[in-house]
Design a protein around this ligand. Structure first.
Ligand SMILES: [Zn+2]
Length: 181
């Protein structure tokens, strides 16, 4: 099966893209270039698709704006089984921090650094997607696929499990070191 979707380029020249009024609609990302996202989940299901627009706003700021969506396989922290989380990241970037600050609109945008006028689209999209991964991944509350669906379950239950263990290990290590002296 061949993938006919347009491949999103990794780096683009922001001025050229704005001048040409470029946009990408549902372009797929090369999964091999998303190693940090790969490491943040069990697997990526299907394509990671992005819509990216380039524009200049009313104040003359250069804007890279869009959304990206991915289906990520995560481990449910309730039942320990894999499930698919659909993550959507919206972004609105500008490299023109000084201008934004001068116009008092810096809270409207996130800021990116350009390298020789180039924007690394993959970096900013990947960061956005990773931020959308829930800190405590779990099936939806009413998802019957969750084997612990309907169980009484508290946030604290997991927190305790996840946070006390490393400290307990450290405490016992300290204890054994102290005993050696
Ligand atoms: Zn579950």
């Amino acid at each position: 099966m061949t993938n006919t979707k347009v491949l999103l380029p990794c780096e683009v020249d922001i001025d050229k893209c704005i001048a040409l009024n470029s946009s990408f609609n549902g372009a797929r990302l090369d999964l091999d270039k998303l190693s940090r996202l790969q490491e943040s989940c069990v697997a990526i299901n299907g394509d990671v698709l992005a819509t990216v627009n380039f524009a200049q706003d009313a104040n003359g700021l250069r804007i890279v704006k869009g959304t990206c969506e991915a289906d990520l396989v995560l481990i449910c922290q309730r039942c320990g089984e894999q499930y698919v989380e659909h993550v959507i990241s919206k972004f609105n970037f500008t490299p023109d921090y000084e201008k934004a600050k001068a116009c008092n609109i810096e809270q409207k945008y996130d800021f990116i650094d350009l390298e020789n006028g180039m924007v690394n689209l993959y970096d900013l999209i990947e960061d956005g997607l990773i931020l959308e991964i829930p800190t405590v991944p779990k099936h939806d509350e009413d998802d019957e696929a969750c084997t612990r669906h309907g169980d009484q379950w508290e946030y604290g239950e997991l927190d305790k499990e996840a946070t006390t263990n490393p400290f307990a290990a450290l405490a016992s290590l300290k204890e054994s070191l102290a005993n050696k002296q």
